[in-house]
Design a protein around this ligand. Structure first.
Ligand SMILES: [Ca+2]
Length: 190
């Protein structure tokens, strides 16, 4: 009986570690100093194990079939869409394949260097790999390194900002002249 429990526990541990990759999460947390959860790559923020939406226990038969195909995506470019991964997680799977991902678990600091430098899934101007290192969410355009977001927004909206500055400047100029005119008028009437 005891042996049976040990075997079952070992099998469960293996299944759990086969789906989750906490090494990458830990690395992102360490380098960014921010709290990073499983939702960076997974559909559910608690990770792949469980019964909640996006977790293995909630999958229907079609999704289980898709999960089976994703688990066989050993090489890059398999086009797999794992139902427990989000768009970023699936993009990593398709860029690297499962073999390379397992290899990188020993050296999580090499993950960012192995991925596309230009892919920006949420279109906030910060590449996914930078967001991974910054501990921000690569699929949320409002979540990004504050200085990088500010710079990108400034770059995108420079014309509007220039117009506001000009309008404010000319408004102040007009106000100053009106005050000057009023004070001259008051002097003349004295
Ligand atoms: Ca981004």
């Amino acid at each position: 009986m005891r042996l049976f429990v040990i075997i079952i526990s070992a099998a469960l541990i293996q299944v759990t570690t086969a789906f989750a990759h906490p090494e990458f999460q830990r690395y992102s947390k360490e380098v960014s100093g921010r709290s990073v959860n499983c939702a960076v790559c997974h559909r559910h923020s608690d990770g792949p194990e469980g019964l909640k939406p996006g977790q293995i226990g909630s999958l229907d038969q079609d999704e289980l079939n898709a999960l089976g195909l994703a688990r066989q995506a050993l090489k890059p470019g398999a086009g797999a869409q794992s139902p427990i991964l989000n768009e970023f997680g699936n993009s990593i799977l398709n860029q690297l394949g499962k073999e390379k991902i397992s290899e990188l678990k020993q050296r999580p600091e090499l993950l960012a260097g192995s991925l596309s430098k230009t892919s920006d899934l949420d279109g906030d101007g910060i590449p996914d790999v930078e967001e991974f290192k910054d501990g921000t969410h690569p699929l949320n355009s409002l979540d990004g390194h504050p200085w990088k977001l500010f710079k990108n927004n400034l770059g995108k909206n420079w014309f509007d900002i220039l117009m506001i500055v000009l309008a404010t400047g000319s408004g102040l100029y007009g106000l100053q002249n009106m005050l000057l005119w009023l004070s001259l008028k008051a002097h003349r009437e004295e």
